[in-house]
Design a protein around this ligand. Structure first.
Ligand code: UDP
Length: 354
């Protein structure tokens, strides 16, 4: 093992690993295949309006892990943004998650917290809610009916017996007040860290002795020798509009199967504290269209089924044969990580400081 380590991939996992290793005294060479750091949390601030555009779709940092919350706030302050997700179904707007606000409006009733459970135990009610809010969205998102996807995915949407319309159960959340890019820049701003963008890591260029922390796609690392892992990809259609506020909120889901996109993001709502940006007479929205992944597309969501679980196990076995290789992050682990989970995994991977 040499003094230098390579961190291949500068998303949240890679940047956190790099910082931890640098502070442990290692010389860290970060290489990133894309033109810029930040992974899919990379943003671009629109020059005309000052709106922070989430180039790869909305990212909201949320966590219940005190170690992660303490760590991330060493680098950025959060703006206090609380995420709500609204849903438009057949022309009416509802609040997720599945709670009293949604159910009472949908059925035109006034249930109390104690009555909700029994009401939803009636199959006609639960089926109506599922069909309106989950069946169409899930089919669009995953390209298969909800019965064929891992149930843990839909369970990401909280179920509550109250009027709390906060989308997350996590204790802490927000958007970096200074922007997402500043989080990554500050993580890598250390005298022991050098950064080179536009360079992909390849096993062919590796001496096998330098320790490597790799967070690119695990199948690409091994030249897809057992075949490509399946992903869902996304296409984004961004539009600039001459209105101050298009939809009054940051994310509106469209759950009907006939509407080809799953949601519309309106980025200015992520920074309500930026009064000039909010008051600006223009806004930027983005329609999100899920699509099957093919070679060359961005991989967004791992598709966990029997065959992909078996396939990723083969690649993990290959990685395990290389003692100086550590694989992590969403692409490396082939896991549906939220940002805090990727950061927690990076903290764990560097717990020994090596
Ligand atoms: N989901 C749904 N309807 C919605 C929102 C979510 O059916 O209006 C389901 C869908 O299967 C989705 C999953 O719940 O993939 C998780 O939703 P989440 O908002 O966590 O998705 P993400 O923001 O990670 O894409």
């Amino acid at each position: 093992m040499t003094d230098e380590v390579i961190v291949a991939g500068a998303g949240i996992w890679g940047c956190t690993v790099a910082r931890r290793l640098a502070e442990a005294g290692r010389r860290v060479r970060v290489i990133e295949a894309r033109a810029a750091i930040g992974g899919n949390a990379r943003c671009e601030t629109d020059a005309e309006t000052g709106i922070e555009v989430h180039v790869y779709g909305s990212h909201i940092f949320h966590t219940h892990d005190p170690a992660v919350w303490d760590y991330v706030r060493r680098f950025v302050d959060f703006n206090g943004y609380q995420h709500k997700v609204l849903v438009k179904y057949r022309g009416k707007v509802y609040h997720l998650p599945l709670g009293l606000t949604l159910v009472n409006k949908f059925f035109g009733v006034e249930l109390s917290p104690g009555e909700l459970k029994d009401f939803m135990a009636d199959e006609a009610h639960s089926t109506a809610v599922f069909d309106a809010f989950f069946r169409g969205y899930t089919s669009k998102q995953w390209g298969r009916p909800p019965e064929e996807i891992d149930p843990s995915i839909i369970k990401r949407v909280p179920v509550r017996d109250n009027y709390d319309t906060n989308y997350y159960n996590d204790y802490w959340q927000g958007i970096p007040a200074s922007g997402y890019n500043s989080l990554f820049e500050r993580l890598l701003d250390h005298p022991n860290v050098s950064v080179e963008c536009g360079r992909a890591f390849s096993l062919d260029d590796w001496d096998g002795r330098t320790r490597v922390y790799y967070s690119g796609p695990i199948d690409a690392l091994f030249g897809f020798r057992y075949g490509a892992l399946p992903w869902r990809s996304l296409r984004f259609e961004t539009e600039r509009l001459d209105v101050a506020d298009f939809q009054g909120t940051s994310v509106m889901n469209y759950t009907e199967a006939e509407i080809p996109y799953t949601r519309i993001h309106e980025f200015k709502h992520y920074h309500p504290e930026l009064k000039d940006v909010m008051a600006c007479g223009r806004t930027i929205i983005c329609r999100e269209y899920p699509q099957p992944w093919k070679s060359g597309d961005e991989p967004y969501y791992p598709i966990n089924d029997e065959s992909s679980v078996a396939l990723v196990a083969k690649y993990r076995a290959e990685a395990a044969k290389l003692p100086n290789l550590v694989v992590g992050g969403r692409l490396g682990d082939y896991r549906y990580y939220d940002m805090d989970q990727a950061m927690a995994a990076a903290l764990a991977a560097t717990a020994q400081g090596c």
